[in-house]
Design a protein around this ligand. Structure first.
Ligand code: 5CA
Length: 437
C-alpha cells in the first residue's frame, strides 16, 4: 500500500476526552473515529488490526474444534421471551420495532438465537458435541460508555456456544475453550490470567474471566504470581484427549476478580511473597450454565438410553474490538503504539526520505516490491523526515526500512525495529533478509 493513496489521518494531539493511553493513541493514529457515544467507525488502520485479531481468534477456535457461523445482529424479542431474559436484561438492551410493529432487539449476546438454531436441527446425542461460534457486532446500551472501544456500546465479540449430552462432556467443552483462550491471548502477545468470576446476566455456576494486566483496567484481580508466570499450553495439545490436568494446573492456584475475591482464603492459600493484586482488563469470559436456556427453550436431545434431556450448554466470549485497545495498553511507549508482529496493520514500512529523487525512488520501489509478501506500507509522501518518523513511530509498524539519498549513495539503507528502537545501517539485501527471516 502506498501511503499517498492510503487513508491514515494521524493527529498530533489527542482529544481532551480521551482519558486512557489506548484511546488517545487509537485516535491519534487514525484508527477509529467516534460517531456517537460508544459507537465508532473503524478507519483503515484500525480495521486492519481488528481483522488480524479476528483471524487469530478464528484459527484458535477452529483448532479447538469449534465451527464458525454468522448470526444476525437483529434478533426477535420473542426468542428472549422464551428464555425469560427479555424483561430481565433491562436498559442495556436496545429495543427496536419493525414496520409490522414486531419487537426486535440489537443482540447484546446470542444464547437465544443459537439455541433456536440448535433445536431446529439436532435431536440426538449422536450429533454431539457441537461448538458453534460467530464473530459479530453486539450492542449494549452501557450507562457509561468510555475509554474508546474498551467499553463501547457497539463492539465486536467472538461468541461461542457448546452443546453436550451431560455435565461431564460439557466440562470437557469448557476445558477446551479455557485452554484455547490462553493460546489466543499468548498469540496476541498478551499475558492473560484466568480468574474465577461471577456469571451476571448470562447465568450458570462455573465461570472464568481472562484478565490482562493494565493500570487502566476496570477490573481488580487477586492472584498467585505463579499463575501469572505460567505459559499458555500451546497449539499441540491433544484437543480430544483429557484436558482436565492442564486446566487443573491453572485453576489450582488462587485467582479471583474483585466480586469473587475472598481475602481470608487468599492469605491462607498464597504465601505473602506470591500474592499479587493488580488492575486488569477483562478480554474474555467463559460460562458453563447447563440447562439455563435449553430447558425453557426446549432444546432437548435423545440420549443413549432413549430418554430426551435438555442439552448442556456453555458460552464463551472474547472482546475482539476491546482487544485492539487492550494490546495497546500492554504495548506502547512515549512515541506511540508498538504492535506485536501477529496483529500489526502492516508488517513493514518502507520510508522514502526523498521522493522524486530517481536513485532513492529506485531503491525504495525495489524494497517495496521485494517485501510484497510481508504486508508492506510504502511511505512515498513528501512530508519532511521528522514528520514521517513521528507518524510512523505513532502507528507502530514493527519494521521501518529507511531509504535516503546519503545511504543510497553509499549502497546502504537503515533498518529500525520499532519495539526496541534498535537501528542498523546495512545493504538492502541484508535488510530484506532481516525482515523476511
Ligand atoms: N454470552 C457471553 C459469552 S459469549 C457474554 O456475552 N459474555 S460477556 O458479557 O462477558 O462478554 C464477552 C466479552 O465481550 C467480555 O469479556 C469483553 O471482553 C467483551 N465486552 C463486553 N462488553 C463490552 C463492551 N461494552 N465494550 C467492549 N467489549 C465488551
Amino acid at each position: 500500500m502506498r501511503l499517498s493513496r492510503y487513508f491514515m489521518p494521524t493527529l498530533r494531539e489527542a482529544p481532551s476526552d480521551a482519558q486512557i493511553v489506548s484511546h488517545q493513541l487509537m485516535i491519534r493514529a487514525g484508527m477509529i473515529r467516534q460517531e456517537a457515544a460508544g459507537i465508532y467507525a473503524w478507519l483503515p488502520l484500525g480495521l486492519a488490526v481488528l481483522k488480524k485479531i479476528e483471524q487469530v481468534v478464528r484459527e484458535e477456535m477452529n483448532r479447538a474444534g469449534a465451527v464458525e457461523v454468522l448470526m444476525p445482529t437483529l434478533q426477535l424479542a420473542d426468542l428472549w421471551r422464551e428464555s425469560g431474559r427479555y424483561d430481565d436484561y433491562g436498559e442495556e438492551m436496545l429495543r427496536i420495532k419493525d414496520r409490522h410493529d414486531r419487537d426486535l432487539l440489537y443482540g447484546p449476546t446470542a444464547e437465544e438465537v443459537i439455541t433456536d438454531i440448535f433445536r431446529s436441527y439436532i435431536k440426538s446425542y449422536k450429533d454431539l458435541p457441537k461448538n458453534l461460534y460467530n464473530i459479530q457486532w453486539k450492542f449494549r446500551d452501557e450507562r457509561r460508555p468510555r475509554f474508546g472501544v474498551m467499553r463501547g456500546r457497539e463492539f465486536l465479540m467472538k461468541d461461542a456456544y457448546s452443546f453436550d449430552i451431560d455435565e461431564a462432556a460439557a466440562r470437557r467443552s469448557y476445558n477446551r475453550m479455557f485452554l484455547a483462550y490462553l493460546n489466543i491471548f499468548a498469540r496476541l502477545g498478551l499475558k492473560a490470567i484466568p480468574v474465577r468470576a461471577d456469571t451476571g446476566p448470562i447465568g450458570g455456576d462455573l465461570s472464568h474471566e481472562f484478565i490482562i494486566l493494565a493500570e487502566t483496567g476496570e477490573s481488580e484481580v487477586f492472584a498467585h504470581r505463579d499463575l501469572v508466570e505460567m505459559g499458555a499450553p500451546g497449539p499441540d495439545i491433544d484437543w480430544d484427549g483429557d484436558l482436565a490436568p492442564l486446566v487443573a494446573q491453572r485453576t489450582a492456584l488462587y485467582a479471583a476478580s474483585d466480586e469473587m475475591h475472598d481475602a481470608a482464603r487468599f492469605e491462607k492459600e498464597v504465601p505473602e511473597a506470591g500474592r499479587m493484586s493488580a488492575r486488569g482488563i477483562e478480554v474474555g469470559h467463559i460460562f458453563y450454565f447447563g440447562e439455563k436456556y435449553s430447558r425453557p427453550m426446549k432444546a432437548f436431545v435423545t440420549g443413549p438410553d432413549g430418554k430426551d434431556v435438555p442439552v448442556q450448554m456453555g458460552s464463551y466470549g472474547v472482546g475482539v474490538s476491546r482487544l485492539v485497545a487492550g494490546i495497546i495498553e500492554a504495548s506502547h511507549d512515549e512515541a506511540g503504539i508498538i504492535w506485536p508482529d501477529s496483529v500489526a496493520p502492516f508488517g513493514v514500512v518502507v520510508i522514502n526520505l526523498r521522493p522524486g529523487d530517481a536513485a532513492v525512488d529506485a531503491v525504495a520501489e525495489q524494497a517495496y516490491a521485494a517485501l510484497s509478501g510481508h504486508d508492506p506500507l510504502y511511505d512515498d509522501s513528501d512530508q519532511r523526515p521528522g514528520a514521517k518518523f513521528a507518524a510512523l513511530d505513532l502507528v507502530g509498524i514493527p519494521w521501518q526500512l529507511i531509504v535516503g539519498p546519503k545511504g543510497v549513495a553509499d549502497g546502504v539503507v537503515e533498518l529500525k525495529r520499532r519495539a526496541t528502537g534498535e537501528r542498523q545501517t546495512l545493504p538492502l539485501d541484508a535488510a530484506l533478509k532481516a525482515i523476511t527471516g
